[in-house]
Design a protein around this ligand. Structure first.
Ligand SMILES: Cc1ncc(COP(=O)(O)O)c(C=O)c1O
Length: 345
């Protein structure tokens, strides 16, 4: 029996499965800062293998994973190219500037995809006045563009443009497994176009804590050192790595259910006059605009609460995320309830 979790706010709210709790209880541990936690070592090797990389690193969060990846590939004063609404640029507390002394060069993407010509046009030349461009960050799936999965071809095109100029590529793949499942490709086909890739265990994959960084031995060695600097050396971390192993072995294929539920939700909401669907729905996110109902975000949140659901809305644009703990019958019940509430406005 799946524990219900009627919460549209994010896939970060997922709770560990019974198998994860069992794995936590039974985890064999050691001191990971000494490299002696067998469970962490197993998770890191598994992540690297699945994404087709030489090495892996268990980090506390997606933000820490992105930060150590970027630091490993840049030097102070460099400029990095990012999509204008990327998570690293918008939602990671300015860590690149504070910790890395890095400049951000943002470009407007096409549904989250940085066009390769914009990479080429953004690279600084050798002019003595200019910062050195060293890295491109690509986000897949792209959160604020509707959870869109970037295709293998799009990733390849950005990679090739970056490599023409000797730039590194970091993939913020917080939800890269959602992308792979939605596109019907192996995750390593996407990951091959990043020198480093960060992905989250604690989102749709439902582990309670943590993210992974994968890349070459050399980059992971650097990232590990930065992780220590940021206070992310975690000792008997096998306790939290164990559910990560379960996440990678058992929770990838079921992401397709979350995507199907997001489509079900989209179809139902799309039938309600006054609700506008904002992006193509391809993974586990549905962005809607409820201003056509005459509602603010707060009124939407209150309506959901009446139906027993949590939702989040600072503006009339709302992001709804499907995940483990939400099933098709829950979405159907929600749609029935919200249709009824709207009909009484
Ligand atoms: C695309 C993306 N990257 C990175 C992160 C950061 O992950 P964390 O919240 O674990 O720091 C998030 C979190 O929502 C995200 O959506």
């Amino acid at each position: 029996m799946v524990e219900k979790n009627l919460d549209f706010r994010s896939d970060t709210v997922t709770r560990p499965t019974p198998e994860m709790r069992e794995a936590i209880y039974n985890a064999v541990v050691g001191d990971d800062v000494f490299g002696e936690d067998p469970t962490v070592n197993e998770l890191e090797a598994l992540a690297a293998r699945m994404l087709g990389k030489e090495a892996g690193l268990f980090v506390t969060s997606g933000t820490q994973g992105n930060t150590v990846s970027v630091l490993a590939q840049t030097s102070r004063g460099d400029e990095i190219i990012l999509e204008r609404r990327s998570h690293i640029y918008l939602n990671e507390v300015g860590g690149l500037a504070v910790i890395g002394a890095l400049m951000s060069r943002t470009v407007e993407g096409e549904l989250g995809w940085i066009r390769p010509e914009d990479i080429r046009a953004s690279v600084r030349g050798s002019n003595i006045h200019h910062a050195r461009t060293s890295l491109v960050c690509v986000e897949n799936t792209h959160n604020t563009a509707g959870g869109i999965p970037l295709t293998v071809e799009q990733m390849k095109a950005d990679w090739e443009a970056a490599k023409e100029h000797d730039l590194g590529v970091h993939i913020d793949g917080a939800r890269i497994f959602n992308a792979a499942v939605a596109l019907g490709v192996e995750v390593n086909e996407l990951a091959q176009y990043g020198d480093t890739v960060q992905f989250c265990l604690s989102k749709g994959l439902s582990a309670p804590v943590g993210s992974m960084v994968v890349g070459t031995e050399e980059l992971i060695k650097k990232a590990r050192k930065y992780r220590k600097m940021l206070g992310g050396g975690m000792r008997q971390a096998g306790i939290i790595a164990a559910p990560g192993i379960v996440a990678l072995k058992r929770m990838v294929d079921r992401l397709a259910d979350d995507h199907a539920n997001a489509k079900l939700l989209t179809d139902g909401l799309g039938r309600i006059k006054g609700i506008k669907i904002l992006y193509p729905v391809m993974t586990n996110m549905v962005y809607i605009d409820v201003s056509g109902l005459g509602w603010t975000g707060r009124e939407w949140v209150e309506a959901c609460a009446k139906l027993g659901w949590k939702s989040r809305g600072y503006t009339p644009v709302i992001r709804l995320v499907t995940h483990y703990g939400i099933e098709g019958e829950d979405i159907e019940a929600f749609l029935e309830g919200i249709t009824d509430l709207v009909s009484r406005i």
